[in-house]
Design a protein around this ligand. Sequence first.
Ligand code: PNS
Length: 161
Amino acid sequence: MSLALIPGSFDPMTVGHLDIIKRALTLYDEVVVAVMVNEQKNYEHTLQERTEMAELTVAGLDRVRVISSEGLLIDLFDQLGADVIVKGIRNEKDRAYEEKMAEWNLAHNPRAVTVFLQAADDYEQVNSTRVRELVRAGESPDNLVVPAVAAYLAALDERKS
Ligand code: PNS
């Protein structure tokens, strides 16, 4: 059984992330999506909210589970007995950013190899920042997130205002 670990901030998870998860499922037996903390980022949503939105996004997909962790990716990798870390990349900027993390992870855990999946053209412009901007502007992020996440974000926005 091969297990792919897909870590990220997912603030929130987009249809672009979902495409990468689905593609990873064609390559590996099981996918664990880990909602984690990037110390460099100020999050719009709590770890719990980000996790709930990831769960809504992958609902109904077999062989995928969502977990959250505030620890190190390389430790989680060992705890899960993962075979590979999978990350999606859209462009050169993503690649440069991801390569640095992949190198750090590999230097600290020689088993923790990262495989990059190129995002499909359709998802090049899809990103979590855009989703947050739309929600802040009172617009719906339809087409960027699954409908259940759009509804979740709308309900959150209502509760906060
Ligand atoms: O979606 P992101 O923000 O690019 O994901 C980055 C993330 C959360 C995967 C990365 O910051 C991470 O692995 N965080 C867990 C803590 C850790 O292992 N840090 C080591 C430095 S890469």
